[in-house]
Design a binder for this molecule. Structure first.
Ligand code: AHR
Length: 525
């Protein structure tokens, strides 16, 4: 049995990995909750998503001109309904790698007059029929907030500055006149702007060294804030974890250069089950915990050494810089160098992937004090929860945890004391079978629990230290016949099943089935 402040690794790797055939007896664990033990306020933008000009994410997914399923703008109505149903608070665009050679000027004005350009990130021709106006219409219709990633690859300082002016400018200038001529009188006032994408990656168009990127991004940031002081800027942190890459050094350099201008530093993580090792794969969220903890330490170090330029003393203005985990997901099947063309990155997800996604969401909630933005990559068709063909769509397994978190997890994140049996996996010495996060909003408690065990149910004693359960507890369980079960058109073995259980007093005993993610929603008194 290991006691964890949820995901901090328990000290010993005592319990051997048990993978037996059913039926198996339940093991037991406990979860202790105190409604005032807050970790931090949950920013709902951690349940954000991302669309890129890549494969069939935008063209053929979100946007399908000429399809009988689309509206007159070209937006797929069925996709839009599924997006709204998932509740997406923040949407990142236009990439991704695509953004590093994107000229925003190509995507404005009459659609039929827009130029076609060679798209080198993913090997297609970009017709630019979905541009700034289409993106802004889309986020407005799905009830999301926009997050635009600037081109810091092949773009110039002026390109970036003028895009911000086009979108947010209020004064009468040649640029804002152009926006008005293109049909938009009022500025959109977009708050979130990315200072490039994965600029540490050798694959990135316009890839630079850490110091070159930091110098270039700093001047872009100055121009951005001079154009609109209300913008929030996301500096490109590290994404290249391959052996030999100094990803920690990259983050340190970027933070030390941009700490007076950037509001967030981005980080990315993709994981996969290449080794077909369920026990190790389902523990992958521990890697997210570790990456966040390391980056949070670097942020603290950099911010504690800021100097006030006027006094020459350490700055005491309380300036904060947070983490934007703006790409994360399971991605390994439809992956590899040389992915080019329209049908790429079309990953099909199974139950074990959904459990990993639920674990990632637990990690984000458990780091609500330092992670204030996160974006699943991506929304439709491309490593996505929504999968289309020209006749309709189906919801992949990962849709359900994303939906349950985004709809219900709000307020403050709580410290969750988990006492759970643990196992040793290939990468991790001590993995708790029970992985959890909790939030409190007024008297509404939401508890998210992944039982990682492949065969055994886990009987968990859920104890409230300062409150009582009051009335029925709503339960949603994401599960399926086996860990490899996957959804498809007309065949949906993995969904969320709802039920209610009664609870009163300070404790609730709940048996979490093997390979499941469960959300409990309770009122407290
Ligand atoms: O999300 C797919 C790609 O993964 C993005 O374009 C890039 O930023 C990352 O490498």
């Amino acid at each position: 049995m290991g006691i964890s402040r949820r995901s901090l690794l328990a000290a010993s790797a005592s319990a051997p990995l048990v993978m037996k055939a059913r039926p198996a007896r339940a093991a037991s664990a406990s979860i202790q909750i105190h409604s005032h033990r807050h970790r931090g306020e949950i920013d709902r933008k951690i349940f954000g998503n991302f669309i890129e000009h890549l494969g069939r994410c935008i063209t053929g997914g979100v946007f399908d001109e000429g399809s009988p399923l689309s509206d007159k703008e070209g937006f797929r109505k069925d996709v839009m309904a599924a997006v709204k149903d998932m509740s997406v608070p923040l949407l990142r665009w236009p990439g991704g790698n695509f953004s590093s050679n994107y000229n925003w000027m190509d995507g404005i004005g009459p659609r039929d007059k827009r130029p076609k350009r060679l798209e080198m990130a993913w090997g297609t021709v970009e017709d630019n029929r979905f541009g700034t106006h289409e993106f802004m219409d889309y986020v407005e219709q799905v009830g999301s907030e926009p997050y635009i990633c600037l081109n810091l690859g092949t773009g110039t300082w002026s390109d970036a500055q003028q895009w911000i002016e086009y979108v947010n400018g209020e004064q009468d200038t040649a640029i804002t006149r152009l926006r008005k001529k293109n049909g938009r009188e009022q500025p959109w006032k977009v708050r979130y702007w990315g200072l490039g994408n994965e600029m540490d990656g050798y694959w990135q168009m316009g890839h630079r060294s850490a110091s070159d990127y930091a110098a270039f991004a700093l001047e872009t940031a100055k121009l951005a804030k001079l154009t609109d002081p209300n913008v929030k800027l996301i500096a490109a942190g590290a994404s290249n974890y391959r052996a030999g890459s100094d990803w920690i050094g990259w983050n340190r350099t970027v933070l030390e250069s941009l700490r007076d201008y950037a509001d967030y530093i981005s980080i990315h993580l993709y994981v996969g089950n290449q080794a077909n090792d369920y026990a190790d794969f389902v523990a992958s969220p521990i890697e997210m915990d570790q990456k966040i903890d390391i980056l949070a330490g670097l942020i603290n170090a950099a911010m504690s050494q800021r100097v006030d330029r006027v006094t020459g003393q350490l700055a005491k203005d309380g300036r904060k810089l947070y983490i934007a985990f703006d790409e994360w997901n399971v991605w390994y099947r439809a992956r590899g160098d040389g992915q080019r063309g329209r049908r790429i990155l079309e990953e099909r997800y199974n139950l074990e992937d959904a459990l990993v996604v639920a674990g990632f969401l637990n990690s984000l909630v458990n780091h609500a004090d330092v992670v204030k933005i996160a974006n699943l990559a991506q929304l439709v068709n491309v490593i996505a929860p929504i999968f289309t063909n020209d006749k309709g769509l189906f919801l992949q397994t990962i849709y359900y945890p994303l939906q349950l978190f985004a709809r219900n997890v709000k307020g403050n994140s709580l410290e969750v004391l988990v006492e759970s049996p643990t196992y040793k996996s290939r990468r991790f010495d001590s993995v708790p079978y029970i992985d959890a996060s909790a939030s409190i909003d007024g008297n509404r408690l939401v508890l998210n629990v992944v039982n990682r065990h492949q065969n055994q149910p886990m009987d968990v004693a859920i104890g409230l230290e300062d409150k009582n359960f009051s009335g029925a507890v709503a339960v949603s369980e994401v599960n399926g016949p086996d860990i490899k079960a996957q959804n498809d058109f007309g065949q949906m073995p993995v969904t969320a099943k709802d039920r209610t259980v009664n609870a009163s007093g300070t404790s609730l005993s709940y048996s979490f089935p093997p390979h499941s993610y469960t959300q409990l929603r309770a009122s407290l008194a």
